[in-house]
Write a protein that binds this ligand. Sequence first.
Ligand SMILES: Cc1cc2nc3c(=O)[nH]c(=O)nc-3n(C[C@H](O)[C@H](O)[C@H](O)COP(=O)(O)OP(=O)(O)OC[C@H]3O[C@@H](n4cnc5c(N)ncnc54)[C@H](O)[C@@H]3O)c2cc1C
Length: 519
Amino acid sequence: MIKEYDVIIVGGGITGAATARDCAMRGLRTLLVERGDICDGASGRNHGLLHSGGRYAVTDREGAEECIRENKILRRIASNCVEPCGGLFITLPEDSLEYQENFVKCCLAAGIEAEAISPKEAMRLEPSVNPRLIGAVKVPDASVDPFRLTDANIIDAIRHGAEILKFHTVTSFVKENGRVVGVKVLGHGESTEKEIRARQVILAAGIWTAQLAENAGVHIEMLPSKGALIIFGHRVAGMVINRCRKPSNADILVPGDVVSVLGTTSDKVPLDTIDDMHATPQEVDLLLREGVQLVPSLAATRIIRAYAGVRPLVMAGGEGDGRSVSRGIVVLDHESRDGVPGLITITGGKLTTSRLMAEMVTDKVCEKLGVKVACTTAVKPLPGSERRHPKNEEPYFKRAAIGRHGTEVSRMDFERGREIICECEQVTRAEIAYAVKTLGVRNISDLRRHTRIGMGTCQGSFCIRKVAKVLAEELGQPEKEGEFINDYLQERWKGMTPVLWGDTLREAEYMQKMHGNEV
Ligand SMILES: Cc1cc2nc3c(=O)[nH]c(=O)nc-3n(C[C@H](O)[C@H](O)[C@H](O)COP(=O)(O)OP(=O)(O)OC[C@H]3O[C@@H](n4cnc5c(N)ncnc54)[C@H](O)[C@@H]3O)c2cc1C
């Protein structure tokens, strides 16, 4: 008998992952299909800023209110993925103190605890900030690890009965009498499509939603808005630092674990380029020029890579550069909107509001299926965040893993795998084995997303051979060791190419000498 699901979710970014969690928690038979690895799209290519809502307070009150509400919820239910570092909005002499005054008013009106502080106090709180500042506002911004947050949603979805089908592309939809009753999928390396049926299909495919919807006979006007970002090899600031002005280029610096992320730009790009996104040297120049205005020491800090993502924004009418288009949450019921029952789209929004997005679309699905189970995702903690893990009482080889996975470390076998494989990020064999078993890792790039292997200051230069060997052993594929190294280095070069000067160039040459045979 062919298995039928209540719901199929297309896309394994944060929106799809949070939706799979919510659907499964409400008892729906849930399948999530992702064409690559979890977090392959925009969810793995952003700042990792848990917005307080400050950035939107002046221009989008509703968006700001959603952010602060969800910010508070995620701090509770995803405490292991969130670093409550706080944020500053700084005003420089070329900006306006009148804007700052209005900014504080708008924040307070949206429920965001914003407090204007003196430049001296700002420098005391965050010594790296540009000393030319003439004003500052403290807000409850935080840093969130998007990979950890998405993984935690996926793991919880699985533990509530959901199935996750990675490395399978949804190629088209199965329709009967005008109703969408399933999807056709093609697995990587396979030549025959499979048909999978469900009572409802949810499109959560980020910027790829438009193309997929077209396939189902539905038109969604999306505006692909590219944003480029730079990662610096050190944590230059303890807090998130924003520029207090109308949102513009390079006005956010976010600390994430041991590195700092500077972004972003916002440029409209053609839909047919979204599969090949990378930062350009021009974008890097622009980001650096503006970024040193936030934190001057960035000028002398080693850049480890640059990358780009595409925001899944929906056109609300008119043209724009991406900053003027709504970043609001968009739920489209294609039955009432387009006469195509069985299909619903969830897109727009932000990483910060992903839980709310999931709640909204799951409510819609439950309404269609006649299911009357209330949403509990705002109160039930995600795996790893059930309680604070007493890190300092644990042996050194467990501590970094606790920071990354919280209470999930109890599922790692440190008896067998306590040796440290990636020195910068202190990743052990036990953590690698956990990622292989729990998150379906297939190569080093997948492993990087789920453990931070190779994301530290050496970018894998020293550990990559060890990592490849251990991964090959854990997967039971010893013949793949060379292929793993090669693929990983190719991926790293892409991120290094736009920033190849100074220390980064020296590091690239060093990597070439150490691992040249493989590339
Ligand atoms: C530069 C930049 C910076 C940002 N910074 C922040 C920030 O600091 N804070 C914040 O809150 N938000 C931020 N955002 C917004 C946030 O990243 C996105 O809103 C969010 O990640 C979108 O998640 P998603 O799951 O909807 O889309 P995606 O993460 O893009 O996921 C869509 C998934 O669908 C899959 N897919 C596509 N086609 C198919 C198919 N045919 N079959 C199967 N799977 C398919 C893709 O592989 C992809 O994994 C930023 C965005 C960008 C671009």
